[in-house]
Design a protein. Structure first.
Length: 320
């Protein structure tokens, strides 16, 4: 009996540590309002929020989708960016301005000099101050308004794709002319021939403190100090989003699905069941607090990538 129990728990341990991941698709048929998912966040209640291009804002509780649109007060149904601030408000960046949702109602903000005519592509926060990356530069929330601070930052390019604050509270901006590191007297604008024509799409920081940017057709660049380096193995990729996850970078790409790049070994892996993705055009990958991954796609809806359920064995299965 003791030997049998030992073998059982040894088998169970092996199963736990070799668990396979499976893909589950959520499409319009399951209640998703639109098949293009451009951003994903998790709120303080563990609910998943989705930005769709034309279908408005969707909230997913694990079972059902709740959809918010212009009929509910949202400024525009074409959404590119989501962010939950320190006060638990949800901010929604759209093709026609930005909305704030406080859990009860929406409040829409006029961007200075834009009359809601700009696309908000990214939202970040530093010291309880919001910053927006837009097609008209960078905006900073001042009081109850948003002020365009692009000239103050000295941005070489005003078509901004991402804004990000690193662990040292340094602002990074990707734009149509390259990448800018805004750090007072140490500000650096990376606009040389190596990166200028790559139209950087995103920027993030790995746990080791390194800065990484995904580009349109030139793969990934790594930044250190005032230097940058292209990762040759990733050249040719259109990388729209990078998710740092331990020693791995999850790269969401157009045409190549989701790839994993190990920053130590430079190994490149496909995710398990990658051939089952409904499309190879992936906008982003998001990791929730439970360790599951959510993949937003262009045309394939939402994918959940999580460990397969552990199968239990009882007396009914012959266990004695």
């Amino acid at each position: 009996m003791i030997l049998r129990l030992f073998l059982f728990f040894n088998l169970l341990t092996t199963v736990l540590f070799s668990q396979n991941y499976v893909l589950k698709q959520y499409s319009v048929a399951e209640g998703l309002p639109q098949s293009q998912v451009y951003d994903i966040i998790e709120d303080h209640n563990g609910q998943i929020w989705l930005a769709t291009r034309g279908g408005g804002l969707a909230r997913f509780n694990g079972t059902d989708f709740k959809v918010f649109s212009t009929d509910d007060g949202l400024v525009n149904n074409f959404i590119s960016a989501l962010y939950q601030d320190d006060r638990k408000n949800i901010w929604i960046g759209t093709s026609n301005g930005v909305s704030q949702y406080n859990g009860i109602q929406f409040r829409n903000y006029l961007l200075e000099g834009s009359e809601f005519s700009v696309t908000v592509s990214s939202i970040t926060e530093s010291n309880q101050t919001l910053y927006l990356g837009t097609s008209n530069g960078v905006y900073k929330r001042v009081g109850k308004e948003f002020k365009n601070i692009s000239n103050e930052l000295g941005l070489p390019g005003f078509s901004v794709t991402d804004v990000f604050y690193d662990k040292n509270d340094v602002l990074w901006v990707t734009h149509n002319k390259g990448v800018s590191k805004i750090d007072g007297d140490n500000t650096v604008h990376f606009t040389n021939d190596l990166i200028r024509d790559t139209y950087p799409q995103c920027i993030t920081q790995s746990k080791s403190g390194e800065i990484w940017s995904g580009t349109y057709g030139k793969g990934v660049f790594k930044f250190f100090g005032k230097q940058l380096k292209q990762i040759e193995k990733l050249d040719g990729l259109i990388v729209l989003n990078i998710l740092p996850d331990g020693d791995w970078l999850w790269l969401s790409t157009l045409k190549n699905g989701v790839l994993k790049y190990n920053i130590k070994t430079e190994k490149i892996n496909k995710i398990q069941q990658s051939d089952n993705l409904p499309t190879k055009n992936c906008r982003l990958t998001f990791k929730d607090s439970w360790g599951s991954y959510w993949i937003g796609t262009s045309g394939g809806g939402l994918m959940k990538y999580a460990q397969a359920p552990i199968k239990s064995y009882t007396n009914e299965n012959g266990l004695k």
